[in-house]
Design a binder for this molecule. Structure first.
Ligand code: AMP
Length: 282
């Protein structure tokens, strides 16, 4: 496995590849990331993972500075998972000048849910992913990239980006990998105190309950959902969480669902200082 830091070296290493496969990450890797690497491996002739904590997608009060950076460990895990090439740019490699040209996703998708509570988040994500895609795939006839369903809305934003810019990249979704108790693996789980870790599954349980209730009122879903969602938020709040949203949406575009739509339940909530997200397709 090779490790490169500059776009130039990345392109040199990829010169012979015809169809790279790619998994972008912010590092501090766990089984969720490694499952994406294993999924990506057979999709191309050179499996590339990137590790870059992207300042553009953090708000000033968020955890950019304290985000865990564990490059050596990450590289060992990637090699064991079958990764061929790691792209770990320094900030000046990816952003030699302030990145003033940005990719703005459609507001109807990019400004709801995560985008509402983290303004500019999906512009930061879309911009870095576009730049990473250009770095990995420029000059290639075809490529593949894998994104986790853990960040469900992000996966949809990226699918839309690829479609709208006609990029020759197949986007694959990876299933959410969970701890034994069901908590979705996340680099941010390391911020939880032992007590909070015990409690953390409550978000997932709340989403499961909300999903069950939504299915039980499938005939009058639009009518019942606001009450069900408000109650789910109140219940979680009563357990000491600060929920941003718990909501049932149609999978297709994350808008409010009508009867018969395929559904996904999504949630984001803060437990102490840690903000967790989770979702499940129902
Ligand atoms: P991050 O390093 O948090 O930016 O995540 C990099 C990629 O890993 C994204 O596509 C995430 O959706 C994905 N990912 C993170 N956690 C999980 C998980 N528990 N299961 C599956 N994919 C995940």
């Amino acid at each position: 496995m090779k490790i490169v830091h500059s776009i130039e070296d990345l392109r040199l290493q990829l010169a012979q590849a015809q169809r790279p496969s790619f998994v972008p990450t912010m590092g501090n890797l766990h089984e969720g990331h490694l499952a994406l690497v294993r999924q990506a491996k057979p999709l191309g002739d050179c499996m590339v993972a990137s590790i870059f904590v992207n300042r553009l997608q953090f708000l000033p009060h968020e955890d950019f500075d304290s985000y865990p950076r564990t490059l050596q460990d990450d590289c060992a895990k990637l090699e064991a998972a079958g990764c061929d090439l790691v792209f770990a740019p320094r900030e000046t490699d990816l952003y030699p000048q302030p990145q003033t040209v940005k990719v703005h996703p459609d507001t109807s998708l990019g400004d709801i849910l995560e985008g509402h509570f983290r303004p500019g988040f999906f512009t930061g994500v879309s911009t870095v992913v576009m730049k990473l895609f250009m770095s990995v795939f420029a000059g290639k006839a075809q490529g593949a990239a894998v994104f986790g369903k853990k960040d469900y809305q992000q996966l949809m934003v990226i699918r839309q980006l690829v479609k709208q810019f006609a990029l020759p990249i197949d986007i694959h979704g990876g299933e959410i990998i969970r701890a034994e108790d069901g908590l979705a693996l996340s680099s941010r789980n390391s911020y939880l105190s032992p007590e909070e870790r015990q409690q953390a599954l409550q978000l997932h349980l709340a989403l499961r309950d909300l999903g069950r209730q939504a299915q039980a009122s499938a005939n009058a879903l639009a009518e019942h959902l606001p009450t069900l969602e408000a109650r789910a938020m109140q219940d979680l709040q009563a357990r000491g969480w600060q929920p941003d949203y718990l909501t049932v949406r149609r999978r297709e575009d994350l808008q409010s669902p009508q009867a018969g739509d395929a559904l996904v339940v999504l949630g984001a909530a803060r437990l102490g200082k840690t903000r967790l997200i989770d979702n499940l397709e129902i």
